[in-house]
Design a protein around this ligand. Structure first.
Ligand code: NDP
Length: 256
């Protein structure tokens, strides 16, 4: 893609010959090239949504329309939406999933560590939500799902930047739920716990064992565990759920 460009790349075309719970509605997932976002996009497509996914690098899965976008760049986000609208129609379900970590203790955390995480996780989400709201308000319907984290409520040593950004998403979703509810739009947060992806792949065995000891279910989660909650919120069962924070953490964050 050129600067601000949104090359579309259709990997086999949208699925959904037999409409599932998605009923052919258009869903956009950010960060759909790998990890949790990739599986969310696949699950939505399997449920009968017509799915587009943003990617900075790599490819989106088969059956998903790929649009290149860095969520920190408002022009790239706008171009991505234009490409999706032209190919599939207005976005009816937004899953804001793209996120990064730059973990280190507060005394060592640089301005750049802070800025990168806040600009991606919080400001990037603002960009995609704001652009989605336009079409949803016009349609008087929509579903917004923000992927936060258990650490937004629980806190996490070494993740002051990340936990702050993820806590911010709760305020964002609840404000959206109040502001846009009258237009038939829901806004919810899914708060995953410790999920096996690239993001957690570098953790040493001792840290992993330490986490697992605190998880009532005694195991790490999978991207499928997270996708199940997202597809619920996007589907018919989520119609009357708004402003909720749904934990998918094996019980790790209970009580928050
Ligand atoms: P990964 O690191 O596996 O994937 C992150 C995704 O976000 C990639 O597709 C990446 O694109 C994309 N991304 C990052 N920065 C940008 C950007 N500026 N613009 C566009 N896309 C971007 O992470 P996970 O799949 O594990 O995490 C997905 C979400 O779930 C994140 O928001 C994360 O915070 C959250 N989460 C994850 C948990 C876990 O244990 N794994 C726990 C709780 C929450 P690219 O490939 O180009 O880098």
């Amino acid at each position: 893609a050129g600067p601000g460009g949104a090359d579309t790349q259709s990997n086999g075309g949208p699925t959904g010959a037999v409409p599932g719970p998605g009923g052919g509605r258009v869903a956009l997932v950010t960060g759909a090239n790998r990890g949790i976002g990739r599986v969310i996009a696949q699950r939505l497509a399997a449920d009968g949504f017509r799915v587009a996914g943003t990617h900075r690098s790599g490819d989106v899965p088969a059956g998903v329309l790929g649009v290149r976008a860095d969520v920190t760049d408002v022009e790239q986000v706008d171009a991505a939406y234009k490409a999706v609208e032209a190919e599939l129609g207005p976005v009816e379900v937004l899953v804001a999933n793209a996120g990064v970590t730059r973990d280190t203790l507060i005394m060592r955390m640089s301005e750049e560590d802070w800025d990168t995480v806040l600009e991606t996780n919080l400001t990037g989400t603002f960009h995609v939500v704001k652009r989605a709201a336009r079409g949803m308000v016009r349609a008087r319907s929509g579903r917004i799902v923000l992927i936060s984290s258990v650490v937004g409520q629980l806190g996490s040593a070494g993740q002051v930047n990340y936990a702050t950004s993820k806590a911010g998403l709760v305020g964002m979703a609840r404000s959206l739920a109040r502001e846009l509810g009258g237009r038939g739009i829901t806004a919810n947060v899914v708060a995953p716990g410790f999920i096996e992806t690239d993001m957690t792949a570098d953790l040493d065995e001792k840290t992993v064992a330490g986490y697992q000891a605190q998880i009532p279910l005694g195991r790490m989660g999978t991207s499928d565990d997270v996708a199940a909650a997202v597809t619920f919120l996007a589907g018919p069962g989520g119609a009357y759920v708004s402003g909720a924070v749904i934990p998918v953490d094996g019980g790790l964050g209970m009580g928050h």
